[in-house]
Design a protein around this ligand. Structure first.
Ligand code: AMP
Length: 292
């Protein structure tokens, strides 16, 4: 595996082949690996980008403390079959403060967009830059960030990027917690409270299988498990518009964001009006993050 720092180097390595891009902020874990597995099933070389994007952090403390370890990530990525690791500096990504930003109306406004002002503008801008600079044929994003996936899909369509967007299932630790780089900050004493997110979502998924379609009732099943967390939102949203809906009458996701201690966590499950749900995939052993 080669590690490169510039867009020009990526393009010269890929040399016009049909590349699959896996964008990440690094501190790799099994969630990223599942994106990678999907990318490896596509044509051509797999490019993984690793960039902690300052533009998408609404709080500078979060940006400063975001976990970073390039040597660790390079080792994991190479072992997992990444062909090219693109780890640009901030100067490469933003040679000067960008005056051009990508804003996806409406899809960005609720949930994460409401609680993290400017977040999706930062995401859409950096993904657009990655698409323009790397020129992949496909890019893989996790459904763990369901609203982000909706924003990226819409941005790609609206700007006519010739990139196929692929969604990958949410990877969970054996206890149900969605794997996230931020999990390394969850205090041992807070783990039980953190599990409220996934256990609430699982309860709601069971209710959907049993016939429940009301957003209010599904949302309250999640809130019931979050007595020990500071809930920001629990919302049933259209899977593509990311707008709240009252009834599960189309493909949707039930999303939750909550603070446990000083860690902000998000999770969701995808659900359909026929009563099917996608709660993600569960690891058989502890996440590599726990041992990091
Ligand atoms: P991040 O490094 O957190 O920005 O995530 C990079 C990509 O990995 C995004 O597309 C995320 O949605 C995806 N991702 C993060 N955690 C998970 C997970 N537990 N399961 C599946 N995908 C994930």
């Amino acid at each position: 595996m080669k590690i490169v720092e510039t867009f020009a180097a990526v393009r010269s390595e890929v040399a016009g082949a049909s590349a699959a891009l896996v964008p990440t902020m690094g501190f790799l874990h099994e969630g990223h690996m599942s994106l990678l597995e999907l990318a490896k099933g596509l044509q051509g070389p797999v490019v993984m980008s690793l960039f902690v994007n300052p533009l998408q952090f609404d709080r500078s403390v979060d940006l400063e403390r975001y976990p970073r370890d390039l040597a660790r990530d390079a080792e994991i990525a190479a072992a997992a079959g990444v062909d090219l690791l693109f780890a640009p500096t901030v100067e490469e990504m933003y040679p000067s403060s960008p005056r051009t930003r990508v804003r996806v109306d409406s899809v960005s406004d609720g949930m994460e967009g409401e609680h993290r002002p400017g977040h999706f503008e930062g995401v859409a801008t950096v993904v657009a830059k990655l698409f323009a600079g790397v020129r992949p044929d496909a890019a893989v994003f996790g459904r763990k960030d369901a609203q982000q996936l909706a924003v990226v899909r819409r941005m790609t369509a609206d700007l006519s990027f010739p990139v196929e967007i692929i969604g990958a299932p949410t990877v969970r630790a054996p206890d149900g917690l969605a794997v996230s780089s931020r999990n390394v900050f969850i205090a041992e004493d807070d783990r039980a409270a953190a599990l409220g997110l996934s256990s609430g979502l699982f309860a709601a998924a069971e209710a959907v299988v049993a016939g429940e379609r009301s957003a209010v009732r599904l949302e309250s099943l999640v809130r019931d498990r979050l007595a020990d967390a500071e809930v920001e939102y629990v919302t049933l949203a259209d899977a593509f518009e990311a707008e709240p809906i009252d009834t599960l009458d189309r493909e949707a996701f039930l999303a939750v964001a909550a603070r446990v201690g000083d860690v902000r966590l998000i999770d969701n499950i995808v659900m359909w009006p026929d009563g099917s749900t996608d709660t993600g995939v569960t690891l058989e052993g502890p996440s590599i993050l726990r041992r990091a």
